[in-house]
Design a binder for this molecule. Structure first.
Ligand code: ADP
Ligand code: MG
Length: 266
């Protein structure tokens, strides 16, 4: 217990991994990752397909155990899904095979803090509407969620995450397959949440998005290639290492700040 930095008055990073490895069967998906994330950080996790981005988010979400090393939230080991850490899966993974209205889907964000299901009260509904207003979806409150576009569904997911009120928000590819207005809205929401001291960690395969929407970047390819300021992390040598020839860096002139880069997508 004496190793808990909180007891010494030193603030622990909100999220940290130390020597983290994850295996699926015998195959490593992440190897020896050590990093830390502070409250108020907006962190873009970038890497090619299969580089372990989703795996890293799911370790933070307490859904996948490390095979080696450790992973902590406010200095405490993460061993299971934790209140305070909200995880929004990649949209492609969600299926809406049962009918549910938008407002009810948002109210599910209260699930963990509601002792048992007995309908939601007026105050809870007001907070859910407020969360929907944040993502400009309140006019769709009573629509069936299956009838919404991908971008609108993603907004609803985010409203649900807002209502759950954690201090860490994990988003798997929130910008994939959503329209530009939704992307813009998400970026301004990130700023809002950051100002409230929340840490946001999101996976993306879009380099420009990661550069413009994050104040810290993590570049992965099973191993940690770089972490830090986006402009430093996205130096062409790091990108070449991560994408192994599948990256074209345009206008990487004398500086170490490529102004434009394109990542080939499969
Ligand atoms: N449930 C799983 N079972 C077995 N292998 C998996 C599973 N999930 C991911 N993998 C493998 O782990 C590696 C990393 O996957 P993932 O974390 O999804 O990467 P990314 O999100 O960067 O595309 C890939 O090789 C992938 O095939
Ligand atoms: Mg993924």
């Amino acid at each position: 217990m004496s190793s808990n930095p909180l007891q010494h008055g030193i603030s622990a990073p909100i999220l940290a991994t130390y020597g983290l490895s994850v295996h699926y069967g015998n195959r490593p998906a992440l190897e020896d990752i050590s990093l830390s994330i502070e409250a108020g950080d907006v962190v873009g996790v970038l890497g090619p397909n299969g580089s372990g981005k989703s795996t890293l988010l799911q370790v933070f979400a307490g859904m996948i155990p490390p095979s080696h090393g450790s992973c902590s939230f406010n200095g405490r080991e993460i061993t299971a899904p934790t209140p305070g850490i909200t995880y929004v899966p990649q949209r492609a993974g969600a299926s809406w095979s049962f009918p549910i209205s938008v407002i009810d889907a948002v109210l599910l964000g209260l699930g963990r803090s509601t002792p048992r299901y007995r309908g939601f009260g007026g105050n809870e509904r007001r907070r859910a509407f407020e969360a929907l207003r944040h993502v400009e979806m309140e006019q769709h409150a009573n629509v069936q969620i299956g009838a919404l576009s991908g971008g609108q569904q993603q907004r609803v997911f985010l409203a649900r995450a807002l209502l759950s009120g954690g201090s860490v928000l994990l988003l798997d590819e929130p910008f994939t397959g959503v329209d530009i207005p939704t992307q813009t809205l998400f970026v301004s929401l990130f700023d809002d949440l950051k100002a409230r001291g929340m840490a946001i960690v999101y996976a993306t395969h879009d380099l420009d998005q990661a550069r413009s929407a994050s104040d810290k970047a993590v570049l992965l390819n099973r191993r940690l290639i770089a972490i830090g300021e986006p402009d430093e992390v996205f130096q062409s040598s790091n990108l070449q290492e991560a994408f192994a020839g599948n990256v074209i860096v345009i206008d990487d002139s004398a500086t170490t700040h490529p102004s434009t880069a394109t990542v080939n997508r499969r």
